[in-house]
Ligand binder design. Structure first.
Ligand SMILES: *[C@@H]1O[C@H](CO)[C@@H](O)[C@H](O)[C@H]1NC(C)=O
Ligand SMILES: *[C@@H]1O[C@H](CO)[C@@H](O)[C@H](O)[C@H]1NC(C)=O
Ligand SMILES: CC(=O)N[C@H]1CO[C@H](CO)[C@@H](O)[C@@H]1O
Length: 488
C-alpha cells in the first residue's frame, strides 16, 4: 500500500514537471506577448504579421497580409489554430505553384493521396498524387466534383480529412463553394430528432465498410459535428435498435435521415457562399463544416469562363467517436462525495491570439457541448480547489469557474453563497469597473474579472496580471468544466 502511494506521487510529480517543460510547445494556444517578462514562449509564437477579419458572426475569417508560399512552421501552427477557431480561413491573392500548395498542405499535416480515393479517376494534368484538379473543362480537371450533395471530405475513408485546401487557379463567372458550420446544425435538431439520429451510423456510398457514427464529437474541439455526405455519397445507414442489434436501413429510410439534415442546412440562414476570385485559397477545418460546389460551378466554359481548382487534403487522425478524448479529472482524482469531475478545455478550444477568447456564457456552452450535463466548475471547498489547481497547473493558463461575485468578496454558485473562496491578495478589486465573474489563475488563486473580453478602448481585452510567480503576463481565459460522475 505504502509503496503504491509513493509510485503514484512520483508519477504525479513527473507529470507536472513534463507538462511544465512542454508548456511552450506549438500546441500551446496561449500567446504570451509580454516581451519584458515573457517566459520564453515568444520564440515559438512569433508575430506572423497577419490580420484576421471575421467573415460572419458564426464562422469564417479572412487572413490578410500573409504569403502562404513562404510560410514557416510556427506561423503554420498559428494558422492551424485560427482554422480550428474560425472553422475556415480565406486567403486572397496567393501566388502558389502546385509545389507551393503541397508544401503548405504538408505544413498543415499529412497530405492524403488523392489516388487512394476509390471514387476518383486520376486526371492526366495532375502532376502529383496529393493534388486533385477540378474544373468545368474536362481537359483541365475532373468535372462534377463536390456537386453530389452537402458533404465533408474523406467520406470514403474510415477517418474523414482534417483539412481541405481549395486553391482557385481560375475563377469562372459563377460557381461558389457553399459552406455551413455543422455544430450549429446539430444544435438545431429537436430533442426527438437528436435522440433518433444518435442511433444512426453513416455508411459511405463508395465503400460500405466505412461506417461511422452520424453525429459525433469533433476530434480536436469536442464540439458536436456530423459525418455528413448526402446524395450518392451515402450508402444505406445503419440503426442501432433498442435491443442493441444493428439494422441496415432501406434506401427510403436513409433518404428520410438525409432530408432532415439537408432541410436544417437550407433553413439555417448560416450558409456562407464563397464567390471565388482567381488566387483565392480556402482552408477548411473539414470535420467542422459541410460544403458543396454551388450552382454554376459546372456551367459551360464558353458562358462562364474557366473554373479550375487545385484541391489537396490533410488526413484525419482520430476515427469519429461519440466520446470526446477530453480527460475528466475523475480519471486521476478520487471524486468527492457527489461524484463530481473536473476537466479543462485548454487543449480543445483554440484562442490563437491574445485577447480573442469566449465570454463566460459561451464557455459554459462549451462545457455543455462536451457533455450535456457539464457546466463551468463549481468549487465549493478547498479539496476541490486543490483538484482544480492541479488541473490548471498543467495548463498554466487561467480558467473560468461558474461563480459570480455578487456582493463583497463572497462568491455565489447560482444563488448559493459559497462557504469557500480562494482570492489572491487584493482580490476581488473590480479593477476594470464591475467585475462580476471569477477565474482561477494559472497557480490556483482566484481573481474577479469582467465576464467577457474587455472591449473598452485602450483596455487589455484579457487579464494582464502579475501572477503569484511574480511575473506579469497577458492571458486568455479557458473553460474549467465540471460534471457529475454519473453522467460520464
Ligand atoms: C473500404 O474500407 C475499408 C475500411 O476502411 C478498407 O479496409 C478497404 O480497403 C476499403 N476498400 C476500398 C476498395 O477502398
Ligand atoms: C452556473 O451559473 C449560472 C448562472 O450564471 C447558473 O444558472 C447555473 O445553474 C450554474 N451552474 C451550476 C452547475 O451551478
Ligand atoms: C456585481 C458586484 O456586486 N460585484 C462586487 C464584487 O466584489 C467587489 C469587491 O468586494 C465589489 O466592490 C463589487 O461590487
Amino acid at each position: 500500500m505504502e509503496r503504491f502511494t509513493w509510485t503514484a506521487v512520483i508519477l504525479l510529480v513527473k507529470l507536472v514537471v513534463t507538462s511544465a517543460e512542454t508548456n511552450c510547445d506549438q500546441s500551446s494556444s496561449v500567446w504570451l506577448q509580454d516581451r519584458e517578462n515573457g517566459v520564453g514562449c515568444e520564440d515559438q509564437f512569433p508575430s506572423c504579421g497577419y490580420t484576421l477579419r471575421p467573415l460572419t458572426d458564426v464562422f469564417g475569417a479572412e487572413v490578410v497580409d500573409v504569403d502562404l508560399s513562404s510560410l514557416d512552421s510556427s506561423c503554420a501552427s498559428a494558422l492551424r489554430q485560427e482554422a480550428y477557431m474560425y472553422k475556415f480561413l480565406l486567403f486572397r491573392d496567393q501566388d502558389l505553384s502546385w509545389q507551393d500548395q503541397i508544401r503548405f498542405t504538408e505544413l498543415m499535416g499529412t497530405p492524403f493521396m488523392e489516388t487512394a480515393a476509390v471514387n476518383r479517376k486520376f486526371h492526366p494534368k495532375v502532376p502529383d498524387g496529393r493534388l486533385g484538379y477540378f474544373s468545368n473543362d474536362p481537359n483541365e480537371g475532373l468535372q462534377g466534383q463536390g456537386t453530389e450533395g452537402w458533404h465533408v471530405d474523406g467520406n470514403i475513408v474510415s477517418v474523414p480529412h482534417k483539412f481541405t485546401i481549395i486553391y482557385c487557379v481560375s475563377a469562372s463567372k459563377n460557381g461558389p463553394t457553399l459552406l455551413v458550420p455543422l455544430k450549429q446544425i446539430v444544435d438545431m435538431l429537436s430533442p426527438e430528432e437528436r435522440t433518433f439520429l444518435d442511433t444512426i451510423s453513416f455508411v459511405s456510398g463508395h465503400n460500405s465498410s466505412v461506417v461511422n457514427p452520424l453525429i459525433y464529437k469533433h476530434p480536436d474541439t469536442g464540439e458536436d459535428t456530423i459525418m455528413l455526405a448526402l446524395g450518392i455519397l451515402s450508402g444505406n445507414y445503419i440503426q442501432k435498435q433498442e435491443n442493441g442489434e444493428e439494422k441496415v436501413l432501406s434506401k427510403d429510410e436513409t433518404k428520410y435521415i438525409q432530408d432532415i439534415l439537408e432541410a436544417k442546412i437550407l433553413g439555417s440562414n448560416l450558409i456562407y457562399s464563397h464567390q471565388y476570385k482567381s488566387k483565392d485559397l480556402l482552408l477548411l477545418n473539414n470535420p467542422s463544416i459541410a460544403h458543396i460546389a454551388g450552382p454554376g460551378s459546372q456551367s459551360a466554359v464558353e458562358f462562364s469562363g474557366l473554373r479550375l481548382m487545385h484541391r489537396s487534403t490533410v488526413r484525419g487522425e482520430k476515427p469519429p467517436s461519440k466520446k470526446t478524448s477530453i480527460q475528466y479529472a475523475c480519471d486521476t482524482f478520487a471524486p468527492h462525495e457527489d461524484g463530481y469531475c473536473l476537466f479543462s478545455l485548454k487543449d480543445s478550444v483554440f484562442y490563437p491570439r491574445y485577447g480573442v477568447f469566449d465570454t463566460k456564457d459561451v464557455a459554459r456552452q462549451r462545457c455543455e457541448g462536451v457533455n450535456a450535463h457539464a457546466d463551468l466548475a463549481v468549487i465549493p471547498n478547498k479539496k476541490w480547489n486543490d483538484v482544480a489547481k492541479k488541473i490548471i497547473a498543467r495548463t498554466r493558463v487561467p480558467h473560468w469557474i461558474n461563480g459570480t461575485n455578487s456582493s463583497d468578496d463572497y462568491v455565489f454558485w447560482s444563488d448559493i453563497k459559497s462557504e469557500f473562496t480562494n482570492w489572491n491578495e487584493g482580490q476581488p478589486n473590480d479593477n476594470d469597473g464591475p467585475e462580476e465573474c471569477v477565474m482561477v489563475g494559472p497557480f490556483g488563486a482566484w481573481y474577479d474579472i469582467p465576464c467577457a473580453p474587455n472591449s473598452k478602448e485602450g483596455a487589455d481585452p484579457g487579464p494582464v496580471i502579475t501572477w503569484e510567480d511574480g511575473v506579469r503576463r497577458k492571458y486568455n481565459v479557458f473553460p474549467l468544466c465540471g460534471v457529475k460522475e454519473v453522467h460520464l
